[in-house]
Design a protein around this ligand. Sequence first.
Ligand code: NAD
Ligand code: UFG
Length: 340
Amino acid sequence: MILLTGGAGYIGSHTCVELQEANYDIVIADNLSNSHIESIDRIYEITGKRPAFYDTDLLDGEGLNAIFEENQIEAVIHFGGLKAVGESVAEPLKYYRNNIAGTVNLLEVMKQHNVKNLVFSSSATVYGDPHSVPIQEHFALTATNPYGRTKLMIEEMLKDLYHADPEWSISILRYFNPVGAHESGLIGEDPNGIPNNLFPFIAQVAIGSRSCLHIFGDDYPTADGTGVRDYIHVMDLANGHVKALEKNLYSTGTDAYNLGTGIGYSVLQMVRAFEKVNQVGIPYKVMSRRQGDIAECYADSSKANSELNWYATRGISQMCRDAWNWQVKNPSGYKSHAFS
Ligand code: NAD
Ligand code: UFG
């Protein structure tokens, strides 16, 4: 059994599907603070297998312990955490408690049960504003906000843990910009309130629930002046977890891997691709830069290619098509109950 903390969320639910299709049995622990129980039914609809589900908070050590008592957990993929950068600036203690204390609890319970195999969701945010692109894993790490600091601190914690006990197998996955949805349109990204991220915002403008996209700055030193990012299809990202898990099951150690496509696209390129692929209009207005944003960020993923045998195979047309398919089938996210 593989335990997915935060497995009801966006990346966790897609990874659950990918793992079940590779014949792993899954247990999910999620407090549903940023997800819906409906996602579990949808996973079942896609795979025909229902993951065991525990409505458990990572801060609840006894609840976590019960999951390990009741299931034969071999490895953990740790998605559970809060991820809104702006909120982390306004409420840093909430982020430190939830992400840091939650992770310490999880690692303690894993240790008690002699489960020493972990895949952790980190982020390209740990590179701050990189001195050059593409970004390699050995680049300097820094954080510019409390959310990013929780990722950096957890990475450090995991390295300390391995140094203290070399029986651990730990893969740290640094995601670039996950977008899109499972091709069925049954699961996808369902942000609360106004989306912070570009893709869900574009999809909500396309469906008419928001009037226009605000492009944050067109004066960056990039080809068209808008910010450049490495967008990666969430199913490719999900597959990266299967590959990391497989590596962990056969070796000990701690390693970090970039998961991106290696290609940077600008905001305007993404808008135009979305319009063309889906035959919809995306009205936009150029605004001033968003505080904390960087000009350009894309991955060198050759380490994940060679050490995990992982490759991103889906391009931006598929990212745009699948994001739109999910949005059309679920205009108000999981609350739409389009399939019930
Ligand atoms: P998400 O919010 O959809 O999923 C996170 C899940 O964790 C949610 O279901 C939430 O309910 C759960 N959770 C939060 N705190 C919890 C707690 N204390 N106990 C139990 N469950 C808890 O986010 P996502 O986009 O799927 O992100 C998954 C992970 O990947 C996060 O750790 C995030 O920081 C990281 N990440 C995401 C992105 C991105 O752009 N989406 C980029 C880099 C890294
Ligand atoms: N953007 C807009 N308008 C919007 C939203 C975003 O123009 O309404 C622009 C941003 O300025 C940026 C690009 O679109 O140039 C991408 O922005 P996102 O907010 O989608 O993503 P970020 O690269 O800022 O950050 C995301 C996650 C972080 C994570 C980082 C690296 O939100 O948590 O990717 O993985 F750390």
